[in-house]
Design a binder for this molecule. Structure first.
Ligand code: CMP
Length: 417
């Protein structure tokens, strides 16, 4: 498969080279480009080799691969063969005229197909890829239009000194972008018609750029754009409801923390949109690092880790907030992923302990069905995972060793009180 990937890149590069070289060498002022025959030979060789390579290329059609060689060959013959054949055929050698080389450009259809195929699959830099393909085609079209203008200028009798490729390109860019300085103007009817054509093309392209490229650029950092738009809505709401400035600051800090640590994504929402089988796989990958940090889960059964990972829900607390207070009804067990909390006695003064990354709390209320024996307050931003009572009980029922371990910890903590 790596070979085919490399081959596709080679096809794109050689076709692009042909699309640049052939139109320019056919022009009257640039025939010296035709002297670089080894490039023409190389392109022809690659195009010829491409035909047998495609004949036996493994095909995948939606996961079902076409098995026999014969079927593959028939598939190719019915499809892209004619294009590849016409692009590879040495017409100019048989008929003499270099204009037959233009037939090579038919291969651009394959380039378009390869790019389209890639675009359909989402990948990390897909927006950048879309932008690059857009500029790729734009660059080629600009080049061809410049070559056309060069020819028309030659026909109009423009002296060779002012008929350079650079000036033609300059004319093309100013006309296409609708800037039109007017320092290079059409002299003949043919040039006037050509100019009008390029102007109309330029307007169409401008519309496309405004509509699509701006959108693509905005998508490059979609996560950030999403975060900023959420923050804007939030800020309008907070101001509209006259939320005190200090509280507003806390809310902004909380979102800033979420942004820094989770790129503003809510893990649970992303997971809930996946099919069940993938959900558990992804939750394990997401939470594995953390689960490995919990001392008593080190070396635990793989199934326990799997069950736990699936049920763990992420929560974030800002500094100085109470996760719960002594006497509350206990519904969750908490695992600290990041940050520190202090366990405060019911009197509100005595500090029993400070818990950190890898520790858990809240098990006593769940094990003994009594109110919370102490309050828990965060010391800094705390990233935690919780599991609810039902899951906790289910896990305890399934994994007696885990249950024993949790009970022992609960016992020593209760003794300390
Ligand atoms: P729970 O009683 O549900 O709520 C308060 C939690 O604080 C309690 O469960 C324990 O998880 C935790 N806790 C209580 N006492 C101590 C202690 N001495 N050291 C560490 N944690 C404690």
């Amino acid at each position: 498969m790596v070979f085919y990937r490399f081959w596709d890149i080679l096809i794109i590069v050689s076709t692009t080279l042909a699309a640049i070289k052939i139109p320019i060498q056919l022009g009257s002022g640039y025939s010296r480009w035709a002297d670089l025959v080894f490039i023409d030979w190389a392109i022809m060789l690659i195009f010829i080799l491409d035909v047998p390579i495609n004949f036996f290329r493994p095909l995948s059609t939606g996961g079902r691969s076409i098995p026999t060689k014969r079927e593959r060959a028939v598939h190719y013959l019915k499809g892209w063969f004619i294009i590849d054949f016409l692009a590879a055929f040495p017409f100019q050698l048989l008929f003499g005229s270099p204009f037959f080389q233009l037939a090579r450009l038919i291969k651009l259809a394959r380039v378009a197909k390869l790019m389209h195929h890639r675009r359909r699959r989402p990948f990390q830099h897909s927006t950048l890829f879309r932008l690059s393909t857009f500029f790729f085609w734009l660059g080629l079209v600009t080049h061809w239009l410049s070559c056309g203008w060069l020819e028309l200028s030659a026909a109009a009798g423009v002296p060779e000194a002012s008929r350079t490729y650079l000036r033609a390109l300059y004319w093309c860019v100013t006309t296409l972008t609708t800037v039109g300085y007017g320092d290079i103007i059409p002299l003949t009817n043919a040039q006037t018609i050509y100019t009008m054509f390029v102007m109309v093309l330029g307007v169409g392209m401008y519309g496309y750029v405004i509509g699509n490229v701006a959108n693509l650029l905005a998508n490059i950092d979609m996560a950030r754009a999403h975060y900023l738009s959420n923050m804007e809505r939030l800020s309008t709401f907070l101001k509209y409801r006259h939320i005190p400035v200090a509280l507003q600051k806390q809310i902004y800090d909380y979102y800033a923390y979420l942004w820094e640590h989770r790129m503003g994504y809510d893990e649970s929402t992303v997971l809930s949109q996946l099919p069940a089988a993938l959900q558990s796989e992804v939750s394990i990958v997401l939470k594995q690092d953390y689960i490995e940090k919990i001392p008593f889960l080190k070396g635990a059964y793989q199934e326990l880790i799997r069950d736990m990972a699936f049920e763990l829900r992420p929560v974030v607390f800002t500094p100085g907030t109470y996760v719960f207070r002594a006497g509350d009804i206990g519904r969750h067990l908490y695992f600290i992923n990041h940050g520190q909390v202090e366990v405060i006695a019911a009197d509100g003064k005595t500090i029993y302990n400070t818990l950190k990354e890898g520790d858990f709390f809240g098990e006593i209320a769940l094990l003994s069905s009594r109110p919370r024996t102490a309050s828990v307050r965060t010391l800094d931003y705390c990233d935690m995972y919780t599991i609810d009572r039902d899951t906790f009980e289910k896990v305890l029922g399934h994994y007696p060793e885990f249950a024993k371990h949790v009970r022992e910890i609960a016992k020593t903590r209760l003794e300390k009180e």
